[in-house]
Ligand binder design. Structure first.
Ligand SMILES: NC(=O)c1ccc[n+]([C@@H]2O[C@H](COP(=O)([O-])OP(=O)(O)OC[C@H]3O[C@@H](n4cnc5c(N)ncnc54)[C@H](OP(=O)(O)O)[C@@H]3O)[C@@H](O)[C@H]2O)c1
Length: 301
């Protein structure tokens, strides 16, 4: 098992969940050095190299990223600096100190035109600057040739952080009606599920295993289906405790098309990920998205 883990982006959804999961994991005897943006700015290549050389970790986990999908369209240089150049530098430094690297990527590397779920070998064709910058980060890590795992995940949310779940809960408490896109499909994936899966993977990480894996909660839905489930399950928990319900009711959540909700970045219509490879190589499967949602809501309410 690892003695010293360098973890980036600890104030992000996945970074925060990972730090929490390591603290709770009784069998983990090493130390996790978690750094936020103020302690390690990934736009500063020199700072990345110094941090790795000073800490000398045996594992680096990099959930930090430029994740503002729409803003990336007007800030491509910053998105590439954080999502492509920084992972390359982290990979180079990992190789120098003999550390393994775990990195996260996205369902948005795909075009979304496939019928059925995507497997890791499917052609990538990102539609947005964000997706392109994340794919460039993957390629950069692969080009360094160290032992690594790249986890492509999707629709990340959780009790902690800025995400669709917290946005819907806020809007549903304020408004009588919501209009949510119903023609983009994927798997909402909780940060807790990701962290638990990563900890299990680390425990099964044999020397021969390296490469890219899909890692997402099981099942699929649309953003509209996700919003409906959030409101229904939140209300169910509130009702069980005799607490007030949300202002919006599920029948007032209107299904709209992507065309009716234009955004600067184009998103894939289908970004459902097949996670069979993760199950086969690591014996790790993530729970169904709806089950994970209920667990996350119970942490909020
Ligand atoms: N969110 C999603 O829906 C989603 C979907 C698919 C894949 N992913 C991938 O999953 C991974 C984890 O995402 P997440 O949802 O946890 O993202 P997140 O909540 O947006 O967190 C990203 C973290 O990166 C940090 N960061 C941004 N710029 C930085 C810089 N220059 N230097 C150091 N840190 C910086 C942020 O710092 P601050 O807290 O200071 O802003 C934040 O803590 C990422 O690789 C992302 O691309 C996410």
């Amino acid at each position: 098992m690892y003695k010293k883990i360098l973890l980036t982006g600890v104030n992000g959804q996945v970074g925060h969940a990972l730090q929490k999961a390591f603290l709770k994991e009784a069998s983990f005897a090493g130390i996790v050095i978690g750094l936020d943006r103020s302690q390690l700015d990934l736009t500063d290549q020199g700072a990345i190299r110094r941090a790795v050389q000073t800490i000398q970790p045996d594992l680096i986990i990099n959930p930090a990223a430029y994740t503002a999908v729409d803003k990336a369209e007007s800030e491509p240089e910053l998105a590439y600096a954080i999502n492509a150049t920084a992972p390359q530098v982290l990979a180079e430094e990992s190789a120098k100190v003999g550390a393994r690297l775990i990195h996260f990527s996205t369902d948005y590397v795909y075009a979304g035109t496939k019928h059925g779920t995507y497997v890791e070998e499917d052609a990538t064709q990102p539609l947005s600057v964000y997706g392109k910058s994340k794919l460039a980060g993957e390629d950069a890590i692969r080009s360094v040739g160290l032992q690594h795992l790249i986890f492509r995940t999707s629709w990340v949310y959780g009790a902690y952080g800025k995400n669709f779940l917290n946005t819907i809960l806020r809007l549903a408490a304020e408004r009588d009606e919501l209009r949510i896109v119903a023609d983009q499909f994927g798997a909402p994936t909780s940060s807790t599920s990701i962290a638990n899966a990563v900890l299990s993977v680390i425990g099964h990480w044999q020397h021969a295993l390296t490469g890219t894996y899909h890692l997402a909660n099981a099942g699929q839905t649309s953003w509209h289906g996700f919003a409906m489930a959030i409101v229904e399950e939140y209300n169910r928990i509130q009702m069980a405790h005799g607490l007030p319900l949300l202002k919006v009711s599920p029948e007032n959540i209107q299904a709209i098309s992507t065309q009716e909700y234009p955004t600067p970045a184009v998103r894939p219509a289908n970004s459902c990920l097949d996670c069979t490879k993760l199950a086969k190589d690591f014996s790790v499967t993530l729970p169904d998205w709806h089950v994970a949602l209920i667990a996350e809501l119970q942490a909020i309410t």
